[in-house]
Design a protein around this ligand. Structure first.
Ligand SMILES: [Zn+2]
Length: 205
């Protein structure tokens, strides 16, 4: 092995994923804890790839009912009208609420697809042992992880709308089944990005 290009693993170093402190690996130690924050240390997360794939496939399956079932029921003058996400967006465009329409489009359609497709692309690139775009792929994964915490945005929008619209007497909005599936998609993609180990991106190369 070229001494100038030794990886941390080959140099006997372990990185703490919680506080990012670098520790020297003790020989023969089965389980090590971070001397700084006490978190368990692993060279690689166990079964990382299999768990991430399972959670990604779960997210893909859940995306179907989340988008095809009604996410809210609008009752206007006693007439009930279930709305899917897409119908909801059309509804807001027609009534001139472009800002809400854009937020819902980003949070409910673009972001979940970007997240699932992005993690899948990174996983495939590891299995195919691509040696290029290492920094870009790591950066893409960090972006996906960062936006994870914002993906409940449209659930909040629906909650706020339910509260606002129900103040009026003629129209009322209630959440419908897709809202539950949507929340499940958000949770499974967040878990998928948490079980994934970015160090695998670099290991293949
Ligand atoms: Zn630590």
């Amino acid at each position: 092995m070229d001494k100038e290009r030794l990886t941390a693993r080959e140099a006997g170093l372990l990185n703490c994923l919680d506080c990012h402190m670098l520790t020297t690996k003790r020989d023969g130690a089965l389980q090590m804890r971070c001397p700084h924050c006490g978190a368990r240390l692993h060279l690689r997360k166990s079964n990382g790839m299999a768990r991430t794939w399972a959670l990604l496939i779960t997210s893909l399956i859940l995306l179907l009912p989340a988008n095809l079932l009604p996410i809210m029921t609008v009752t206007y003058l006693g007439e009930k009208e279930p709305n899917t996400i897409i119908e909801g967006i059309e509804h807001f465009i027609q009534s001139g609420d472009y800002f809400i329409a854009i937020i819902i489009f980003f949070a409910s359609i673009l972001v979940p697809i970007f997240k699932v497709a992005g993690i899948m692309l990174i996983m495939i690139s590891i299995q195919k042992r691509w040696k290029t775009w290492l920094k870009h792929r790591t950066l893409m994964f960090r972006i996906i992880k960062f936006i994870g915490r914002w993906s409940m945005l449209d659930i909040f929008v629906i909650a706020v709308m339910v509260a606002l619209v129900n103040l009026g007497t003629l129209t009322s909005i209630t959440p419908a089944p897709a809202a539950t599936y949507f929340a499940a998609v958000v949770i499974s993609t967040i878990l998928a990005s948490n079980t994934f180990d970015t160090r695998l991106i670099w290991e293949g190369a």
